[in-house]
Design a protein around this ligand. Structure first.
Ligand code: HEM
Length: 497
């Protein structure tokens, strides 16, 4: 009992009070779902219910859906998050009656310089920026960029030639990554990065790092949101500062070069944003500021690079595992562009089986495996009262593999997206690009980028598994959906290539 005298009575009282507050604070938010009448895994102090079924967050969602159905409550550390994969509720939240209450994503505040990018901006600022950007992603504009994209798809097929000739095992993302980055850089600001000559170039390196949020920082801000304003003031950001500084400096230089060579005006996204500044000035309207332009370009690099590269890598993997699907796709490619003829935009976009293959691969491996919104007001949807400021998370991966919504949900079956079958798919059950006014801004560009690369590669080569191919893949718990280790395949030159 001697230890009792180690501290004074006042110190003991303070210590016990501190321990009680610490414990209470760690549990404080945990009754929310009980009050709402929503089931979910039991949370633990501070940790919440993260990783209850699997340490990979999207596989964890899959476990949650299997146990609790299409709506359940989870605690991301102390923060309550409502998981919703009920198609009717998703329609109301993402598109129809309640979109005005769910316009924004969760703002975790530590956004550094990217606070005014379209994906993070909120309400009126988001609307203004999105309205200015949308026309530069319209089909007509993408069609204009098609020849630039073909320049890069040609480099992609050239770079695969020696690998095929030497029957080398390749990490497929080392090829689709540079291609995706080059397409985005050239369509966004007309710079040919030539990443194939420099696959570990700084832009690829930094863009790859930006989605890797520090786990410690994530845990800290979720457990102690009270410190967020202070962290923000100190300039702490989820996006590694060195990477966002690099992107910003790079884009500043691009902009300066553009201003110096103002007699040559490229038709790219940057120019579109610059033009909107002057057009809006004349109309006394709010165009994009220079800071906003930089933020949009950075977010295009981030949002576009990793997602497109991952989509292409999983496509190659799925096709290598299902050679009969690949052969059927190659037949469609050969009949659409005979004798390995040049790929044309309209014909590419009309290829039905190709469309099915791409959709199906995005169904099994949606790079954005979760989406989210935040409730601006308290609203009632299908009998559930969602309180103001509660995060709503859409477990896209789990939705795409729901056995009641899809037959053979884990199978790679492109025919489920055939013209006849497509009509029977509820649009709120298939969300690789989100849906509604806040869906993926780059969806059209991404689909053309992916389809073009796939067709050009499959005109000349086939993918094949080898002993280094991991089957099944072990998934990465961090970042966007991806495999823990690189996907390794062989490319084989087609006999008539
Ligand atoms: C296969 C590739 C891609 C996939 C799977 C993908 C998927 C997504 C998803 C799921 C969202 C969230 C949608 C929502 O919350 O409803 C999103 C948002 C966004 N994506 Fe993509 N994306 C891809 C490529 C691109 C590309 C190439 C760009 C631009 C160059 C881009 C730009 C954006 C932007 C700016 C947003 C935020 C839109 C806003 O908040 O208004 N994405 N994307």
């Amino acid at each position: 009992m001697g230890f009792l005298y180690f501290f004074s009575l006042e110190t003991w009282i303070l210590l016990i009070a501190f321990i009680c507050i610490f414990i209470m604070y760690g549990h404080w938010t945990f009754g929310v779902f009980e009050k709402m009448g929503v089931l979910g895994p039991k949370p633990y102090m501070y940790w919440g219910s993260i990783g209850r079924f699997n340490s990979v967050y999207y596989l964890d969602d899959h476990g949650g859906a299997r146990k609790y159905g299409r709506v359940w409550g989870t605690y991301e550390f102390r923060r309550p998050v409502l998981a919703v994969m009920d198609p009717d509720m998703l329609k109301i939240i993402l598109v129809k009656e309640c979109f005005t209450y769910f316009t924004n994503r969760r703002n975790l505040r530590l956004n550094g310089d990217l606070y005014d990018s379209v994906s993070i901006a909120e309400d009126d600022q988001w609307r203004r920026i999105r309205n200015i950007l949308s026309p530069s992603f319209a089909s007509g504009r993408i069609k204009e960029m098609f020849s630039t994209m073909k320049h890069h798809s040609r480099k992609l097929t050239d770079s695969l030639r020696s690998k095929a000739d030497n029957a080398e095992v390749i990490a497929i993302k080392d090829f689709f990554g540079p291609y995706s980055m080059d397409v985005i850089a050239s369509t966004a600001f007309s710079v040919d990065l030539d990443s194939f000559s420099n696959p570990s170039g700084p832009l690829i390196n930094h863009a790859g790092k930006m989605f890797r949020i520090s786990p410690l920082l994530f845990i800290f801000q979720a457990c102690f949101p009270i410190f967020l304003p202070l962290l923000e003031l100190l300039g702490v950001s989820f996006f590694p500062k060195s990477s966002s500084d690099f992107c910003r400096a790079f884009l500043k230089k691009v902009r300066e070069d553009r201003d110096r060579n103002s007699h040559q005006v490229p038709r790219d996204m940057l120019q579109y944003m610059i033009n909107s500044q002057t057009a809006n000035k004349e109309k006394q309207n709010n165009g994009l500021t220079d800071h906003e332009i930089n933020s949009q370009l950075t977010i295009f690099l981030l949002a576009g690079y990793e997602t497109s590269a991952a989509t292409l890598s999983f496509l190659a993997y799925n096709l290598a595992l299902k050679p009969e699907v690949m052969t059927r796709l190659q037949e469609e490619i050969d009949s659409t562009f005979p004798d390995k003829g040049p790929v044309q935009y309209e014909a590419l976009m009309q290829m039905e089986y190709l469309d099915g293959v791409v959709n199906e691969s995005l169904k099994l491996y949606p790079p954005a495996a979760r989406m989210e919104r935040i409730a601006k007001e308290t609203v009632q949807i299908k009998g559930i009262t969602i309180p103001k400021d509660m995060g709503v998370m859409v477990p896209v991966y789990a939705l795409h593999r729901d056995p009641e919504l899809w037959t053979d949900p884990e199978e790679f079956k492109p025919e489920r997206f055939s013209k006849e079958n497509k009509q029977n798919i509820n649009p709120y059950t298939y969300l690789p690009f989100g849906i509604g006014p806040r869906n993926c801004l780059g969806m059209r560009l991404a689909l053309v980028t992916v389809k073009l690369a796939l067709v050009e590669v499959l005109q000349r080569y086939s993918f094949s598994v080898c002993k280094e191919t991991e089957i099944p893949l072990e998934m990465d718990p961090q970042g966007l959906l991806g495999s823990l280790r690189p996907i390794k395949l062989k490319v084989v030159t087609r006999s008539n290539a």
